[in-house]
Design a protein around this ligand. Sequence first.
Ligand code: MRU
Length: 350
Amino acid sequence: MIRSIEWIGSGVRFIDQTKLPTEEVYVETHELSVLAEAIASLRIRGAPALGIAAAYGIVLGLNNSVEVTGEKLRSDFEKAASLITSTRPTAINLFWAVERMRGVLHRSQQRSPRETIEQLLLEAKTIHREDEEMCAAIGRFGAELVPQQATILTHCNTGALATGGEGTAQAIITTAAAQGKNISVFADETRPLLQGARLTAWELQKHGINVTLITDNTAASVMKRKKVDLVVVGADRIAANGDTANKIGTYNVAIIAKEHVIPFYVAAPTSTIDSSLKNGEMIPVEERKAEEVTEGFGTRTAPYGVKVFNPAFDVTPNKYITAIVTEHGVIRPPYDVSIVHVMKKAVQGV
Ligand code: MRU
């Protein structure tokens, strides 16, 4: 399995996802600024991987705080937290991980800065290990929804690159295949940054899964002309009513799946659920720079001066979502009720 990010010695090592699929470049760093830049520029990406990176990032931000006062340690923590949370606004995992780390800081009032940093590193490693376990559980629960012979359509990248384990939506695909099911996948290329083409196609090929790459605007035609059994996608933030933010274009896929009576599943750990937001309208949606659309990957494809609207995510209303696969099982509408239940299970750890 590819490790999107790892703690090694006193720093992190991550695969630079902007270089894939043509180059497999790993970056090692002890600098929070390098990690923060990597998150902002999508060298590290995918909601669960962002949570893990954020947790390790806090530890990197405290690299020089071993010999300081408790007060200085706390102010260094806040500086690191604010740099990390300024990188990308939509994926809740980033904020969720920083909050978990802050909890450790608060519980460490009686510890020396060195011991506190040790505890923070332990927590970051726990977040990483738990994410790996959550991916495996999502894969197992989700695979039960996959028929023996299945054609699956997916959008963006939700594999090992995007998480600390086998992935979320993609773990469902790989688990079903590992169970001996006959799986074919249509992967949307995922404009403008091509996570589907560059990353999902690459990962699924490595798994030996029968994957066919399509442009985003081919999905409706594929649903009409080929037999698609189900759609499964990941999530960056799920509101309390089940409305789901995910990579731009997910909403289109959900609408056309409904029109073709194809189940549309979202796969995400409970760390991606933001129960504090009543509905998806409250989810902040990141807007990225125009050049990603007008000259993505170095070739100018639009006239200079044209106006561009480039949101990185959209929000799929809950009415299009057949079920959400979490590490605690598959939940179904009404989501305002089932999300409360699954969050209780998450707190109790059952
Ligand atoms: O902008 P990205 O590449 O970070 O967006 C990623 C997605 O939208 C994924 O579908 C989502 O984070 C789930 S990853 C398991």
